[in-house]
Design a protein around this ligand. Structure first.
Ligand code: PLP
Length: 365
């Protein structure tokens, strides 16, 4: 199997595996006062410090969660209270479903948020919480988050950044972005699934919990933390950080697909180096995913297809791509992708396109 679905989940990094296995040998609960508890607490606090350093926050301002979805939900629940919500049109469901009555911030044809529209929304309404992702999960498009943060601060608004796909692939630093909150997820950067974190700016760090429980995480997230998983998360975050060497492989995959008839979505935007969104006019995304899977190549449809329905990507729809929004696959290279993987993809894609493209879309023989 050639695995090109890193944005769904990255392969576990060896450093994360080693840290996870070592930490599993520690028995204590970090809330316990005895020696075993203290040993677990040391692991937890070491991990907190590593993540704080990596992503530009104070250790006390790192709140561990079960993953990116919970980190987004916590930020919106706590920081969005009594504020109007403004949410980028291409945000992940983790944000959209937690911010149901939000004003939508439009994007251009490459998926980049319209900051003039943001300024107008901030001027028109009362105090706001803005949610803008750093990198899109389907297209890899990067958002002008630092500029949005400056705009938000000028208007007394808060900015929450979903950095789930960016973290581990490009520099991510809460302080230098100027945002108020930032969500990251372990399994998206080569750690084990089941842990994430919300990093907070000092002025909002005392936030109300979504799950109160036993007051863990300074009262901001109840529940016994999964110490070994978090140790693996921190080790992965310390190792990951720059996916730019993948850009050449990604570009090669793109060139091969375009040669076979694909249209590149978000072509003119700054993008994550590992991600590409490729539409094949006239061919449903799920048919492409199945054909590639049968050829031994794992990619995903632009939008997750649940309950057997044919999904149309809200991301590509917001970019104005019309029917192509149901005809795009996402290819996302993992940290350990090789040239051989890309060659296998290129060959499988060309065969798939040749078989599935409607006759009208093919060049004349
Ligand atoms: N945000 C983005 C941009 C994502 O791509 C994802 C997962 O695909 C999430 C949030 C949710 O993260 P998790 O799977 O850790 O809950």
């Amino acid at each position: 199997m050639v695995y090109l679905d890193a944005n769904a989940t990255e392969p576990l990094r060896p450093e994360a595996h080693a840290a996870l296995v070592a930490a599993l040998a520690v028995t204590g609960n970090p809330a316990s006062v005895h020696g075993a508890g203290r040993a677990a607490r040391r692991l937890l606090e070491d991990a907190r410090e590593q993540l704080a350093t990596r992503f530009g926050a104070a250790p006390a301002d790192v709140v561990f969660t079960s993953g990116g979805t919970e980190a987004d939900a916590l930020a919106i629940h706590a920081l969005g209270r009594d504020r109007q919500l403004i949410v980028g049109a291409t945000e992940h469901e983790a944000v959209r479903s937690a911010a149901l009555s939000a004003n939508v911030l439009p994007v251009d044809r490459d998926g980049v948020a319209d900051l003039d529209a943001l300024a107008r929304l901030l001027e028109a309404g009362g105090p706001a919480l803005v949610c803008l992702m750093l990198a899109n999960n389907e297209t890899g498009t990067l958002q002008p988050v630092a500029e949005a943060a400056a705009l938000c601060r000028r208007h007394g608004a808060l900015l929450h950044v979903d950095a789930v796909q960016a973290a581990g692939r490009m520099p991510v630093d809460l302080r230098s972005l100027g945002a108020h909150a930032l969500a990251v997820s372990s399994h998206k950067l080569g750690g084990p699934a089941g842990a994430g974190a919300l990093l907070l700016a000092p002025e909002v760090s005392a936030l109300a919990p979504l799950i109160a429980g036993g007051g863990q995480e300074r009262g901001r997230r109840g529940g016994t933390p999964p110490v070994a998983t978090i140790a693996g998360f921190a080790a992965a975050a310390a190792t990951a950080g720059d996916a730019s060497p993948l850009a050449a492989l990604r570009d090669r995959a793109e060139r091969a697909a375009i040669e076979a008839g694909a249209v590149l979505c978000g072509a003119h935007a700054a993008r994550l180096p590992n991600t590409t969104s490729l539409a094949l006019p006239g061919v449903r995304a799920d048919a492409q995913v199945i054909a590639l899977d049968l050829a031994g190549v794992a990619v995903s449809a632009g939008a997750a297809c649940s309950s057997g329905k044919v999904a149309t990507s809200h991301v590509l729809t917001a970019m104005g791509l019309g029917p192509l929004a149901g005809q795009a696959i996402r290819v996302s290279l993992p940290w350990n992708a090789t040239a051989a993987d890309v060659d296998a993809f290129a060959a499988a894609y060309a065969r798939m396109a040749d078989r599935l493209r409607p006759a009208l879309a093919r060049p004349a023989a």
